[in-house]
Design a protein around this ligand. Structure first.
Ligand code: 13P
Length: 256
């Protein structure tokens, strides 16, 4: 399985800045066979970047899309419209769940629409700080995995990526708010256990699980060597070209 290094730019960079960043990134990195580099810019930049991107070196992801293909849904962008333009789409990011009120039902429809439109969903799951404190982590992860994948058949599950992003570890500046390798290993094990309730054991081992939450060049190596972790979903550090390329280098070294 490849190692996935995904940069989620969130609501940062103008279209022009996105293009300049991509240009520099493409110049800086060679084509790594075992490392799949993915960037998720603003939806506004996807079309132009899809023409600019060197797909041998990296891939494009959307940050979100709506599950209906077309219709009276003012302000939305559909997976059908993104088809052919992006290879991936982040679905169910905690910022979508908690700021924009997306629930498991909606996320389930988005995962299905992504797969139907040949876009690999990167389904995000993870508990809040209080859910962890109250010992609810396992239940939350279970509900989010089962809910998100309810419409994905055995045949299609190899087109899905899961990202474990504990919400308390996102954009953290405090060491106490960083997820430890043990905490991640436990969550990833749990995710695979839940996946095994739905799919064949052999298939489950092939589903990539990424970790996200304040990943930077200094902790990337430790996170990438957590058993069961197949890549990283990076916010803040992916906005700084030198940090993002350092993380890609770390991934390459870990794979070597
Ligand atoms: P940070 O890397 O900024 O913590 O963001 C993580 C994240 O939410 C990626 O999707």
């Amino acid at each position: 399985m490849k190692t996935y290094i995904v940069g989620n730019w969130k609501l940062n960079f103008t279209v022009g800045e996105s293009s300049i960043y991509l240009h520099k990134l493409q110049k800086k990195i060679p084509n790594y066979r075992d490392v799949e580099v993915v960037v998720a810019p603003t939806a506004l930049a996807l079309q132009s970047l899809s023409l600019q991107i060197d797909r041998h070196k990296m891939k494009l992801s959307a940050q979100n899309a709506f599950y209906r293909d077309f219709g009276a849904y003012t302000g939305e962008i559909s997976f059908a419209q993104l088809r052919g333009m992006v290879d991936y789409c982040i679905v169910g990011h905690s910022e979508r769940r908690y700021i924009f009120g997306e629930d498991d039902k909606m996320i389930q429809k988005k995962v299905e629409a992504a797969v139907r439109n040949k876009i690999t969903p990167i389904l995000c799951v993870g508990e809040t700080e209080s859910e962890r404190a109250f010992g609810e982590t396992a239940d939350v992860i279970r509900d989010q995995v089962l809910g998100g994948l309810a419409d994905v058949s055995e045949e299609d599950i190899d087109k899905v990526i899961i990202a474990y992003e504990p919400i308390w570890a996102i954009s953290s500046t405090k060491a106490s708010k960083l997820a430890s390798p043990d905490e991640i290993a436990e969550a990833v094990k749990l995710i695979r256990k839940v996946l095994a309730e739905l799919y064949d054991k052999e298939t489950v081992e092939k589903i990539p699980i990424l970790f996200g939450g304040s990943v930077n060049p200094s902790n990337a190596g430790a996170y990438l060597t957590v058993p069961g972790v197949n890549g990283l979903l990076i916010g803040g550090s992916s906005l700084i070209l030198s940090e993002f390329t350092d993380i890609i280098e770390v991934a390459k070294r870990v794979r070597a």
